[in-house]
Write a new protein. Structure first.
Length: 692
């Protein structure tokens, strides 16, 4: 015990700084706790909250899922997640076994990502310190994890908690991975560290499907690190070779990870091969053969090289360094020649590619990373040469951060949804850069000179810009319900005024939120579990035959209520694509022939002001409040425009949109009023009861 206290006292400054970083990371992420109502930031977070609720109330995940896709008898839930189990246990602990409270569950689900994100910051200190054998680099990595905007964004209050919890296990897993792989032995302690690495990797697989990032980093690391092991090892028999020890430990880690991963129904092998094969246009089978051949070939070559003289070892080592640069050059080549790698050759015809997070990500780098984007490029360029000049016996562990950086950069460059994953890639790149600066200063005995001060000032300046970016970036985001207050009143109305077993006909992007908050059944949600659910709603919106649209709602889906929003008038092209089940540009051209606008209006006695357009009150009152077939004026003298005074707003529709079922239902046309009764209305959301 005395030794423990002595060790704590010796490291008191580091412990103090790590605690400060933890509190900083948690405080930045807790920003969204200030919003009332405990509404969550991301739609998928509501789904996880709902499944957690099932575990708390029933002790199991209900299958089929009774609150979504009622027209199909419910949906099959996602594979059981460790995140749900942890969330339900934490709720039970903080509720002290009291009666179930949805508000308390929502509060805990909202706050937990802040804790996980802050813990990841602390874990990155230990990982970076272990990789570089440098506490200063560890502190820099921890600090940047706490403040990097793109990473904070997906680990802040109300975010999708399985992401942040999953990354926590991944970072801890790599900590034990490094401890196991850095040694040049195969002792009991090494095997324990290898098993712990595999265990935490498996827990990540049980928490979040992004666990495929683990083998994507670990496998290329293994292939290239063997060159460093061979270069620094002595001539030994196969059973006593450091190359063999290194390979056995890696094998133990990956086998244990794979056993756990498949036990929890996470097929990382198929997922990884499909992703890699899709990126470079090679079949998954061939991708697997190439990886196996590369790993096996690297082991064989590394062993034989370890038996050779120093000159041959150095040649092999140099070729590995050149190989890292070749990988970087290949990535840069793709960046310059393939602007949309994953959707070339007509891939953007898939309707799922229209979802915002599927778009190319590099155009958002300035917003998400600010000046911090400098670090990964510098780290990727300089680490290989740094490994060459500052080679140490355990330097190969630094390659983990190199591959972590380059792989997540590649992912984020081509897909917006992976910019969060690259958030930690920014940190690994920064850790590499900081290490190389400190090592260079130390190597040339410049730690206290002018050069050292200039280098450290530049490093501090870039980091400070990152902190400033976080302070600007985070407040720009609000929970969806709070950013659209009408949704809050709408969901409250649904809870009070509809039967408990009511079936709602809705668009997918509010499905998770509606089903969890209201406890009512929805026809679709953010999982996009069934294409027909989206296609059927799109058909209801764009159809011009009101009888046909009614049959979809009442007969095919059997809905009791329809939820529609005014922003759908701006999304007609998307609905056309969903109905066709593919992106067909010519399909939506008719909707843009003349402008469509919805403008909020204020009554100024004799004038009605509609977003800067002042309309005489007499003229405004003359606009129809229900659907009509005769236009009010013609755009450019030829394209019909229809004006409506609807619920404190001016609705201007062109001919194509005015003819849709959406317009007729929203504006209570004579032909749709026999099918639907408007029971709730705000300027942006309306609910109609389906008459049967």
């Amino acid at each position: 015990m005395n030794n423990l206290f002595e060790k704590v006292w010796q490291n008191r400054r580091i412990i103090f700084l790590v605690v400060i970083i933890f509190l900083l990371g948690m405080t930045i992420r807790a920003h969204l706790m200030r919003y009332d109502g405990n509404y969550l930031f991301e739609p998928d977070a509501y789904y996880h909250a709902r499944i957690t609720e099932q575990l708390v109330k029933y002790g199991e995940v209900l299958n089929p899922d009774p609150f979504s896709y009622y027209q199909l008898g419910g949906a099959t839930p996602m594979n059981l997640s460790f995140y749900w189990i942890v969330s339900s246990i934490i709720y039970l602990l903080i509720s002290f076994g009291g009666a179930y409270s949805k508000d308390l569950l929502l509060w805990s689900i909202k706050f937990l990502p802040c804790i996980y994100g802050a813990l990841i910051s602390v874990s990155m200190y230990f990982l970076a310190k272990e990789v570089f054998n440098n506490k200063k680099v560890g502190l820099i990595a921890a600090f940047l994890t706490a403040v990097t905007p793109a990473f904070v964004y997906r680990t802040m209050a109300g975010a999708q908690g399985d992401n942040s919890l999953g990354f926590l296990w991944m970072v801890i897993g790599f900590y034990f991975f490094v401890k196991a792989m850095k040694t040049h032995s195969l002792h009991k302690k090494d095997i324990i560290n290898a098993l712990l690495a595999g265990l935490f990797f498996g827990i990540m697989a049980f928490s979040w499907q992004m666990s495929l990032l683990i083998p994507m980093i670990a496998i290329p690391y293994f292939i290239f690190a063997l060159a460093f092991i061979a270069y620094n090892s002595h001539k030994e028999s196969l059973t006593k070779s450091e190359v063999t020890f290194f390979s056995v430990k890696f094998f133990i880690i990956m086998i244990f990870y794979t056993i756990i991963s498949y036990a929890v129904k996470r097929d990382w092998i198929t997922d990884m091969l499909n992703w890699l094969g899709g990126a470079i246009s090679i079949s998954p089978e061939m991708t697997g053969i190439i990886l196996i051949a590369a790993a096996l070939g690297s082991f064989i070559v590394a062993y034989f090289v370890s038996q050779m003289n120093h000159e041959m070892k150095k040649l092999f080592f140099t070729l590995a360094i050149i190989g890292l640069y070749a990988g970087f050059a290949f990535m840069a080549f793709l960046f310059f020649t393939e602007p949309d790698l994953f959707y070339r050759n007509g891939g953007r015809e898939a309707v799922t590619s229209m979802v915002g997070e599927e778009s190319v990500g590099n155009s958002f780098f300035g917003t998400k990373y600010n000046a911090l984007i400098v670090f990964p490029w510098v780290g990727l360029l300089l680490l290989p040469v740094g490994l060459y000049f500052f080679n140490k016996k355990d330097s190969h562990s630094q390659i983990i951060f190199w591959f972590w950086t380059i792989i997540t950069l590649f992912m984020a460059w081509y897909k917006l949804k992976f910019t969060f994953v690259f958030g930690l890639g920014i940190v690994t790149g920064a850790a590499i850069t900081a290490y190389l600066i400190l090592e260079t200063l130390k190597h040339f005995n410049l730690e206290k000179g002018l050069e050292a001060k200039a280098s450290l000032v530049c490093l501090f300046f870039i980091i400070a810009l990152g902190v400033g970016a976080s302070g600007i970036f985070v407040p720009d985001y609000t929970p969806h319900a709070n950013s659209s207050p009408n949704w809050i009143s709408t969901m409250n109305w649904i809870k009070i005024n509809t039967p408990q077993d009511a079936k709602l006909f809705n668009w997918w992007n509010e499905g998770h939120m509606i089903s969890f908050i209201t406890g009512r059944k929805v026809s679709s949600d953010n999982r996009n579990f069934a294409m027909r659910a989206n296609q059927g709603f799109a058909e209801f919106v764009i159809e011009t035959d009101t009888d046909k649209a009614y049959n979809v709602v009442a007969k095919e889906f059997g809905a009791d209520y329809i939820i529609i929003s005014s922003d759908m008038f701006y999304s007609m092209v998307s609905f056309e694509y969903y109905y066709a089940n593919k992106v067909v540009p010519e399909k939506g051209a008719k909707y843009s022939e003349a402008p469509t606008r919805l403008m909020g209006c204020s009554d100024l006695n004799t004038i009605i002001s509609c977003e800067g357009n002042n309309i005489p009150k007499e003229q405004y009152d003359s606009f129809s409040k229900t659907w009509k077939s005769l236009p009010d004026e013609f755009y450019n003298g030829e394209k019909p425009l229809f004006f409506y005074a609807d619920n404190s707003q001016l609705v201007v529709l062109n001919q194509a949109i005015n003819n849709t079922n959406l317009a007729k239902v929203w504006l209570n046309s004579e032909e749709t009023s026999k099918y639907y009764e408007e029971v709730y209305a705000t300027p942006s959301i309306k609910i109609f009861k389906v008459l049967k």
